[in-house]
Design a protein around this ligand. Structure first.
Ligand SMILES: [Zn+2]
Length: 222
C-alpha cells in the first residue's frame, strides 16, 4: 500500500462484524488550491477519496466521522433492507476516483433507509460532485443540483449550527450552487442577503468570498 495510507480495523455498528478501512496520514495531505465552493485540490494523495467507509460484510456505508453515529432502529432497517441484497465486496485499500464515487454513492443508498438529515445528504452530494470535477466529468453538475436542493432544505428545516455548518456558510453554499447551476438571479439574492446580514460580519472571510462571487454573478447578468 502507498506509504501515506494505513489500515484500521473497525467494528460495524450494523452487522457487528469487523472490517478494515484505509486512512490517510494527515501530514501526507498537501493543499494545492481551494475552489469557490470549498472543493480542495491536493497535491498527491487526496483524503476525500477515503472519507466514505463501506462495511464489506453488510454494505452499510457512511462518512468516516459519522460511521458509528447510527440508531438501533436505523441499523435494523439496514439489516432488513440492505444486507439481503449486498454481495460481499471490499472497498478497502488504495482508491481511485471511481472507487471513491462508488463508496459515496453507497453512503447515499444507506441514507435511503435512515432518517438522514438534509445537511448530511448535502455534504455527501457535494463530495460526489467534487469527485466528478477532479475527473472533468459533467455528472458533476447533476450532483451540484442535488446538493443545492439539500442545502435549501437544511436552511429551512434544521437548527444551526448543524455539525460544522453554520447558517451563513449554508447561505453562501446556496448562493454559490445557484451560481454554478446558472440560477444567477437567485444567486444574487442569496449573496446579497448574506452580505447585508449583521450577524454574518463575524465571518469576514466568508463575507469577502460572497462579495467576490456577487460581483462575478452580476457580470453574468449584464
Ligand atoms: Zn456491517
Amino acid at each position: 500500500m502507498n506509504d501515506s495510507l494505513y489500515g484500521k480495523e473497525v467494528d460495524c455498528p450494523v452487522c457487528s462484524k469487523k472490517f478494515n478501512v484505509t486512512k490517510v496520514k494527515s501530514r501526507a495531505c498537501k493543499v494545492l488550491k481551494r475552489d469557490s465552493d470549498f472543493c480542495v485540490h491536493y497535491e498527491g494523495i487526496n483524503p476525500i477519496l477515503y472519507d466514505a467507509w463501506v462495511c464489506e460484510n453488510c454494505g452499510y456505508a457512511s462518512q468516516a466521522d459519522k460511521f458509528l453515529d447510527i440508531t438501533p432502529r436505523e441499523a435494523d432497517r439496514l439489516k432488513d433492507n440492505l444486507m439481503p441484497r449486498w454481495k460481499k465486496r471490499s472497498l478497502d485499500g488504495e482508491r481511485d476516483i471511481d472507487t471513491a464515487i462508488e463508496a459515496f454513492k453507497l453512503v447515499l443508498i444507506s441514507y435511503q433507509f435512515r432518517e438522514a438529515k438534509s445537511s448530511d445528504l448535502a455534504r455527501v452530494c457535494m463530495r460526489i460532485a467534487w469527485l466528478y470535477r477532479y475527473k472533468g466529468d459533467e455528472e458533476e453538475l447533476k450532483f451540484i443540483g442535488f446538493a443545492l436542493k439539500h442545502y435549501k432544505d437544511t436552511y429551512e428545516k434544521e437548527n444551526f449550527p448543524v455539525d460544522k455548518l453554520d447558517e451563513y456558510t449554508c447561505m453562501y453554499m446556496i448562493g454559490e450552487l445557484c451560481f454554478r447551476t446558472g440560477s444567477y438571479e437567485e444567486a444574487v439574492k442569496w449573496f446579497s442577503r448574506l452580505i447585508s446580514s449583521e450577524q454574518a460580519r463575524k465571518k469576514p472571510t466568508l463575507i469577502e468570498a460572497a462579495r467576490d462571487q456577487y460581483q462575478l454573478v452580476k457580470e453574468k447578468l449584464k
